[in-house]
Design a binder for this molecule. Structure first.
Ligand SMILES: Nc1ncnc2c1ncn2[C@@H]1O[C@H](COP(=O)(O)OP(=O)(O)OP(=O)(O)O)[C@@H](O)[C@H]1O
Ligand SMILES: [Mg+2]
Length: 222
């Protein structure tokens, strides 16, 4: 009896979809749009973020994003990883175990792109520690919003905090982070969807949704 194979699956979706990209690449915009779109289709999703997806993470985020607090690169790495452990255990794993669709604004690739490629820490060290922090979790899909640095500069410098951050870290730093993200996408081409982040928000939203329908038809095609 093979009929059951053609029936729609009643298994809960259980998907970890991650949005990555340099500062200002449009991650929050696209997560908000996707979550609203899924809501309107009656599909529940959980938007969350790193750093800051838990009460501990919120405190760590304040420290990490405060320009007046000096944090040594290795110390920064440990703070991001502490945030990730807490986020994985308190938010991601329980939600996935319930079968939810989780939309995470940044995840492990951000640490590789920023702390290894951007700040120059050892890629091996970052990979090893990321692995510990993840405890076996990995994204089902990573949407990489690829933004050229001149465009990043224009978007960041229109915000006060962004301007300080751009001036402190410098153009070369963001070039390295962008190249890092593209390199990670090349290595993990199977789970990564790279988009030109200069496209309009509408176009990006529709490309992202089409990719979800293509990869996970049982969840997204209605
Ligand atoms: N596709 C787009 N085209 C042009 N501008 C955009 C696009 N998407 C977002 N923006 C604008 O760029 C800025 C940054 O967008 P957004 O906050 O979504 O990026 P982000 O990746 O979440 O940034 P951050 O890393 O700082 O959280 C906002 O002013 C937003 O309105
Ligand atoms: Mg954002």
């Amino acid at each position: 009896m093979t009929l059951s194979h053609s029936l729609p699956s009643s298994d809960p979706p259980r998907l970890l979809i991650v949005f990555e990209g340099v500062d200002g690449s449009g991650k929050s915009t696209q997560i908000n749009r996707l979550s609203a779109r899924l809501d309107s289709m009656g599909i529940l999703s959980l938007p969350t973020r790193e750093p800051g997806g838990t009460p501990l993470g919120q405190k760590l985020r304040e420290i990490l994003l405060a320009p007046e607090i000096a944090v040594h690169p290795e110390a920064q790495l440990f703070l991001f990883l502490a945030d990730r452990v807490q986020h994985a255990e308190e938010v991601l794993r329980p939600a996935l175990e319930k079968g939810m669709i989780v939309l995470s604004d940044r995840f492990a690739d951000a640490t590789t792109a920023y702390q290894a490629f951007g700040a120059g820490l050892s890629r091996e060290l970052v990979a090893t520690l990321n692995k510990v922090a993840l405890g076996g979790l990995s994204p089902d899909l990573t949407v990489l919003l690829d933004l050229p640095v001149p465009e990043l500069e224009a978007r960041l410098t229109s915000r006060d905090i962004g301007r300080t951050r751009f001036e402190t870290l410098g153009r070369d730093y963001f070039e390295r982070v962008r190249r890092g993200y593209l390199e990670i996408a090349r290595v993990h081409a199977d789970r990564t969807f790279v988009l030109d982040a200069t496209f309009s928000p509408d176009r990006l939203e529709s490309l992202i949704f089409s990719e979800l329908e293509r990869r996970f038809p049982e969840t997204f095609v209605r």
